[in-house]
Design a protein around this ligand. Structure first.
Ligand SMILES: C[S@@+](CC[C@H](N)C(=O)[O-])C[C@H]1O[C@@H](n2cnc3c(N)ncnc32)[C@H](O)[C@@H]1O
Length: 247
């Protein structure tokens, strides 16, 4: 049950100040989280009750490190038939997004709005293939990921050769991986690893800009808004999952 004092009296939206948590959670810990041994062991019906009857309906968009959930909440009404999931390691931040989605579902109950979006607490660096089948996703988002500035911390970055193999596994051919950051060094790091991966091909920037999702990638999240307020740069790079050239 939600603690009512943490919700806005009128809208029932959660009040962010009660859900703040220190910026970093250890990405190498499993945080004692439960995770399925195989994607088919996962029961998604509590996340998407409106779709519980349709076992063929699968999550297609994943927002990794979704923070306060702005991207998915912006995309949910634009793709009403697409199931999307935010993944967030910090428990209080996940609680906030959960309350946010619940309030939106209640407000839009007559149109069954926001039934296609959910949030899960997980460490995406550890268990992603336990949740998603091969070629299940059509979009995967990395918006303003933690930069882990120090060289000795680079291994904690959410884009790495090992993790790219997992993202390539979960993305279908033709699916798109979106990255954006205000940290140039991190942008160059992500581009270097994605350019070096045989299953990803960079989408030219002008083509990327035609993608209606990109506007939201730039502006919809808390970090994106903060960067805009501080007049920071936003470095965007989008990649297409391509066929395995060796297959
Ligand atoms: C800088 S914030 C950006 C949040 C959001 N994408 C935005 O643009 O506002 C990075 C987020 O990634 C989450 N995160 C970091 N490592 C993670 C992991 N291994 N699995 C899931 N979430 C993670 C952090 O807790 C944090 O909320």
């Amino acid at each position: 049950m939600a603690d009512e004092s943490k919700l806005c009296h009128d809208t029932k939206l959660p009040r962010k100040r009660f859900f703040r948590q220190r910026a970093h959670a250890n990405p190498f810990s499993d945080h004692n989280l439960d995770y399925p041994a195989h994607p088919s062991d996962m029961d998604w019906s509590s996340h998407y009750p409106e779709y519980a009857h349709d076992k063929t309906k699968k999550i297609e968009f994943a927002d990794i490190g979704c923070g306060y959930g702005g991207l998915m909440i912006a995309l949910a009404p634009l793709f009403p038939d697409t199931l999307m999931m935010g993944m967030e390691i910090r428990v209080k931040v996940q609680d906030y997004v959960y309350q946010r989605i619940k309030a939106l579902r209640d407000t839009h109950a007559d149109t069954k709005g926001y039934q296609n979006v959910s949030i899960m607490r997980m460490n995406a660096m550890k268990f992603l293939p336990n949740f998603f089948e091969k070629a299940q996703l059509s979009k995967i988002f990395f918006l303003f990921p933690d930069p882990h500035f120090k060289q000795r911390k680079h291994k904690a970055r959410i884009i790495s050769p090992t993790l790219l193999a997992e993202y390539a596994y979960a993305l279908k051919v033709g699916g798109i991986l979106y990255t954006i950051t205000d940290v140039k060094d991190l942008h160059l790091w992500m581009v270097k690893h994605l350019d070096g991966h045989p299953l990803f091909e960079r989408i030219p920037d002008d083509e990327c800009e035609q993608d209606p999702v990109v506007e939201h990638v730039r502006t919809a999240t808390e970090e994106g808004k903060k960067v805009a307020r501080n007049q920071g740069d936003k470095f965007l790079a989008c990649y297409r999952r391509i066929e395995d050239p060796l297959a």
